[in-house]
Design a protein around this ligand. Structure first.
Ligand SMILES: [Zn+2]
Ligand SMILES: [Zn+2]
Ligand SMILES: [Zn+2]
Length: 153
C-alpha cells in the first residue's frame, strides 16, 4: 500500500488528519489507541523532530511511561526514527521512507538549527558511503549538520 504521500501534505483539516493517523497506524500494524492517535497527530502537524518533552507540551495530560512506550512502539514498527542531532536531547522524527518492523531503511542527514533549535530530517540528502576499517561491524551511522536553517536566515 502506498502511503508515503501522507507525509508530503502541507495543510489538512482535522478530519483529514484523523484519517491519515488511522491509515498510518493500520499500515504499521498498530492498534488505534487515544494516546497513539494524539502523539502521531503531533508528529504529522509539526514537521520536525520531537523530544519527549516537546510532545508533552502538545498533547496535554499524558503519562510519561505511556508516552515512552508509545514512542518505542512507533520506533519498533517503523513509524518514527531517532533523529540524532548532536544535542543531549533524544528526538524522534517520522519515517518518510518505507520503514517497517525492526527495519529502518533511511540514509538521510539531520540538520540542527542553532537559532530556532529545531532538528529536521533532510530527506533526500543522502550521506556518502564511508569506508570503515576492516574488522569493524557498523550498525548505525549518523550524519548531523549544524548551523542556521533556511527559515532563520
Ligand atoms: Zn525509519
Ligand atoms: Zn532555524
Ligand atoms: Zn530523519
Amino acid at each position: 500500500m502506498q502511503h508515503s504521500f501522507i507525509y508530503t501534505k502541507k495543510m489538512r483539516t482535522d478530519f483529514e488528519l484523523e484519517n491519515d493517523v488511522v491509515t498510518l497506524l493500520k499500515h504499521h500494524d498498530l492498534r488505534l489507541t487515544q494516546v497513539r492517535k494524539e502523539v502521531l497527530s503531533v508528529f504529522l502537524k509539526k514537521e520536525q523532530a520531537l523530544s519527549q518533552s516537546d510532545i508533552e507540551e502538545n498533547v496535554g495530560q499524558i503519562d510519561r511511561i505511556t508516552l515512552y512506550r508509545t514512542l518505542r512502539s512507533f520506533e519498533d514498527n517503523g513509524l518514527i526514527h531517532r533523529a540524532i542531532d548532536g544535542t543531549d536531547k533524544l528526538r524522534f522524527a517520522l519515517c518518510v521512507d518505507l520503514c517497517d518492523k525492526e527495519n529502518h531503511k533511511h540514509n538521510h542527514a539531520h540538520f540542527h538549527c542553532e537559532k530556532c533549535t529545531k532538528t529536521i530530517c533532510l530527506n533526500g540528502v543522502e550521506f556518502p558511503k564511508i569506508i570503515h576499517p576492516a574488522g569493524f561491524k557498523v550498525k548505525e551511522t549518523y550524519y548531523v549538520m549544524q548551523g542556521v536553517c533556511s527559515k532563520c536566515q
